[in-house]
Design a protein around this ligand. Structure first.
Ligand SMILES: NC(=O)c1ccc[n+]([C@@H]2O[C@H](COP(=O)([O-])OP(=O)(O)OC[C@H]3O[C@@H](n4cnc5c(N)ncnc54)[C@H](O)[C@@H]3O)[C@@H](O)[C@H]2O)c1
Length: 251
């Protein structure tokens, strides 16, 4: 029998310094969580922690590259000592990589995108899941992408990495289904964050034009779905991929 959700669960949010990760942190704090923002960008992390405006013991920031397993283990220890064992994990750290045809795609860039988006998600989930299984309750939410279902032209590594995240979610979801730890992912279409702001305007226009709602989504809209997936109300879904696409996704 699974344990009950902690009253003030500890949430690790990778990529928490900006964008979806930061919006998720604000939303989970609203629900009573204590949050650990993890990010490789130390400067942005400090600003993000300040922007949360929380009191002592409610939030912390950890500078960590999610592709470095030793750093991930050390960061988890840091969170455990400061806030307590994590019950929630949101894997939002990610990079888009270059937008170029596959025939021109640099192999080192390919490896880095796979390392950050897929291997990073695996490493943090691997070590955080151990703590959650011991507690008998946990929620892991991976931010995949519509690119992982559709395959985005000129973004082969990004698309492949996100398809990998969807498959990792299915694998872990089935494996942990009876432990009280549920693992789901979200496949958003384009959302209005720095990742999209850094893309060529013509590329963004193509994405908006594909949207039946005719607009980008927001990080806050994504955070609403994450909050539900992190809650006790989400009780019969695991290994699932939830769309967030303004009507664009067709399967
Ligand atoms: N914005 C979108 O349109 C969109 C759509 C679908 C999926 N996603 C996914 O959502 C997630 C968050 O996207 P976003 O729009 O908030 O991006 P963002 O670029 O605004 O934020 C990503 C954060 O991840 C951090 N990061 C990158 N590499 C890291 C590493 N190795 N270790 C730790 N932190 C690292 C960055 O420093 C940054 O703060 C990503 O995985 C992205 O692929 C975004």
């Amino acid at each position: 029998m699974a344990s009950a959700v902690p009253a003030h669960p500890v949430a690790i949010i990778t990529g928490g310094a900006r964008g979806i990760g930061l919006a998720v942190a604000k939303r989970l704090i609203h629900d009573g969580a204590r949050v650990a923002l993890w990010d490789a960008d130390g400067t942005a992390l400090d600003q993000a922690l300040g922007a949360l405006g929380t009191g002592d013991g409610q939030a912390m920031a950890v500078s960590v590259d999610v592709t470095d397993e030793r750093a991930v283990i050390a960061a988890l220890r840091d969170v455990g000592n400061t806030l307590g064992a994590p019950a929630l994990l949101v894997n939002s750290a990610g990079i888009a990589g270059p937008t170029v045809p596959v025939t021109d795609y640099d192999a080192a860039a390919w490896r880095r995108v796979i390392e950050v988006n897929l291997t990073g998600t695996f490493l943090v989930s691997k070590h955080a899941a151990s703590a959650m299984v011991i507690q008998g309750w946990g929620r892991i939410v991976n931010i995949a992408s519509l690119a992982g279902k559709e395959g985005t032209p000129n973004a082969p590594a990004y698309s492949a990495s996100k398809a990998g995240v969807i498959a990792l979610t299915k694998s872990m979801g089935k494996e942990l289904a009876a432990t009280g730890v549920l693992v789901n992912c979200i496949a958003p279409a384009a959302l209005d964050t720095d990742m999209v702001k850094n893309m060529a305007p013509a590329h963004v226009d193509i994405m908006v034009n594909k949207s039946p709602m005719g607009r980008l989504g927001t990080a806050e809209e994504c955070a609403e779905l994450v909050a539900w997936l992190c809650s006790e109300a989400c009780s019969f879904s695991t290994g699932a991929t939830f769309d967030l696409s303004g009507g664009r996704t067709v399967y």
